[in-house]
Design a protein around this ligand. Structure first.
Ligand code: NAG
Ligand code: NAG
Ligand code: NAG
Ligand code: NAG
Ligand code: NAG
Ligand code: NAG
Ligand code: NAG
Ligand code: NAG
Ligand code: NAG
Ligand code: NAG
Length: 463
């Protein structure tokens, strides 16, 4: 009998193919996972097209986007219809600032200008130059006609600084220079005596110390000189009206003078990433207005002064990456405003005095990198992954602190807080992958062999 054979063969081949496919699909499954990220990069991103050069050029329509910090509000929110002083209009044009839209009408283009409401012509009180092209030159004449400015900002403007006209110096209350003006000197900045706000960042400032800059600024309230390669010492005398000091990211050195605690209006002190040494003045608690204190990444030593407990509104305390020692004071957990506490990478020892309800209240807490510090495991769960060892009965670290920080666990560290078992099951799963492949191949192969035997038997039977 010949007719029954072909359908049987076709059927068997189909069966065979399907089992081969099924077997093949099992091993491909795990390989698809690593393959996916490889496929992503080749797709070229078409977003590189819009050039980032000179976004201050007029866009087709003034878009209400960009710009992070809004300019100070105009002195009077007048709706006066008179227009900008023609001299100032020409000065703006000479600085490549588009004036097709009335610079006095709010919101101005990129919020770069704000005017007063004087008669017969209005005058500029705020000007922000951002994303300048390098061929823009500051001219003395232009700046002289802009001497009504009370606030002047340079953001990403790699143009050369020039000496400011005396009228502009007298008028300016706020000066910002972010990644602009190539390089500045302390003497150049110190002329801006009438400032209440000074902010210089990401530009080298050549000065023998912050005092050179601030010494003659009698009404200064807020000063930022950060990432400026500023050298020297923390000034002994500073204006008592200062509320914000940010000297982070420089090479300042020496001790903090005790006189710093006279700055009773100080709300924020950021000295992170400098080379300061010595101890925190014991009278630091006199800074009763302080909310933010960062001394991170310096070489401070000694213990946390007890007077810190007297600062009622302290929200943010960052002492990380110094050589602080002693025990961690338990009064920290009684400071009601505290939200961010970073004590990592120091030389604290003893039993960490915090319980779970305190740590839960904090928005950020870091303690790792203190090899002689331990936690009481009858109070705190090891699942918190604090990065320090549990204590023995004598309050000493039981085992060397978990070395997981610098190894494979790093990638999971952001999610670790919830449950440690998660990561281990995750690892198990990835190890299960190859086993499943082997199993799939084995099942596939054995079913093929079984099928062939079955077909051979069938064809013999049918004859
Ligand atoms: C400057 O350019 C950056 C990106 O190049 C952009 O995000 C920013 O909004 C621009 N600022 C202004 C004021 O045009
Ligand atoms: C200008 O400032 C206003 C008010 O602060 C804000 O709503 C608007 O988005 C800003 N526009 C631009 C272009 O930055
Ligand atoms: C500061 O402003 C006052 C008036 O507000 C003025 O008399 C004085 O000359 C200004 N100082 C400087 C250095 O321009
Ligand atoms: C900083 O200023 C001093 C004195 O004005 C000068 O001798 C020195 O060369 C300047 N340093 C740099 C890096 O420009
Ligand atoms: C920082 O200052 C030192 C000398 O004070 C100088 O050698 C170095 O080039 C400066 N770095 C920058 C980025 O300006
Ligand atoms: C602090 O500011 C007040 C007014 O705000 C002023 O009268 C006083 O002179 C200032 N003190 C210092 C030390 O500049
Ligand atoms: C104070 O710290 C908080 C939290 O890190 C931060 O958001 C805020 O900008 C800081 N304030 C000042 C004035 O530095
Ligand atoms: C803490 O550091 C200070 C200054 O480095 C040192 O004098 C003191 O002995 C240290 N105390 C402890 C308990 O290590
Ligand atoms: C945790 O510590 C705080 C401050 O020391 C204390 O007020 C609170 O009662 C403690 N909570 C528990 C559950 O022990
Ligand atoms: C840990 O806490 C328990 C309960 O509060 C206490 O009895 C024990 O002495 C503490 N252990 C250490 C080393 O502080």
């Amino acid at each position: 009998m010949k007719p029954p054979l072909p359908p049987l063969f076709i059927l068997s081949i189909l069966l065979l193919l399907s089992t081969v496919n099924a077997a093949a699909s099992v091993p491909t499954k795990p390989t698809i996972i690593p393959a996916a990220p490889i496929e992503v990069p080749p797709t070229p991103s078409p977003t590189s097209a819009p050039s980032q050069a000179r976004p201050l050029l007029p866009p087709t329509s003034p878009s209400p986007s960009s710009s992070s910090s809004p300019p100070p509000p105009p002195p009077s929110s007048s709706s006066s219809s008179n227009s900008l002083d023609p001299k100032q209009l020409r000065a703006l044009q000479s600085l490549n600032i588009p004036t097709f839209k009335d610079p006095c009408k709010q919101p101005s283009l990129h919020n770069a200008t704000v005017c007063d409401s004087s008669e017969p012509f209005r005058h500029l009180v705020f000007l922000r130059l951002a994303n300048c092209s390098e061929d823009v030159a500051l001219s003395f004449t232009a700046l002289k006609s802009l001497s009504t400015l009370r606030s002047l900002e340079f953001v990403d403007c790699p143009i050369s600084p020039i000496r400011f006209p005396a009228d502009l110096v007298a008028s300016l209350r706020s000066f910002t220079c972010t990644n602009s003006l190539r390089r500045l000197t302390g003497v150049w900045l110190s002329r801006l005596e009438n400032l209440t706000d000074l902010s210089v960042s990401n530009v080298p400032v050549n000065a023998s110390g912050p005092f050179v800059i601030l010494g003659k600024m009698n009404i200064i309230k807020s000063v930022t000189v950060s990432n400026a390669n500023l050298t020297g010492f923390f000034p002994r005398h500073l204006n008592h009206n200062l509320t914000h000091i940010d000297f982070s990211g420089n090479t300042l050195k020496g001790k903090l003078p005790t006189s710093i605690t006279l700055l009773e209006n100080l709300e924020s002190l950021n000295l992170a990433s400098n080379s300061f040494t010595g101890e925190i003045p014991t009278s630091v608690g006199d800074l009763i207005s302080l909310q933010n204190l960062s001394l991170a990444s310096n070489s401070f030593s000694g213990s946390i002064p007890e007077s810190i407990s007297a600062i009622p509104g302290l929200v943010h305390l960052d002492l990380s990456s110094n050589q602080f020692n002693g025990t961690i004071p338990s009064f920290l957990s009684e400071m009601k405003s505290l939200k961010y506490l970073n004590l990592e990478n120091n030389q604290f020892h003893g039993v960490m005095p915090f319980n779970g309800s305190f740590l839960k209240r904090l928005e950020m807490f870091r303690i790792k990198g203190n090899s002689n510090l331990c936690y009481n495991h009858s109070i705190l769960s090891s699942k918190l992954k604090l990065g320090i060892a549990p204590c023995d009965r004598h309050g000493l670290p039981l085992s060397p602190p978990p070395a997981k920080d610098d190894s494979s666990a790093d990638e999971n560290s952001d999610y670790d807080d919830s449950d440690g078992d998660d990561s281990s099951t995750h690892h198990k799963e990835s190890h299960n992958g190859p086993n499943k492949v082997v199993l799939g191949v084995a099942i596939g192969l054995s079913s093929i062999i079984f099928l062939i035997i079955f077909l051979v038997c069938m064809s013999k039977c049918c004859r």
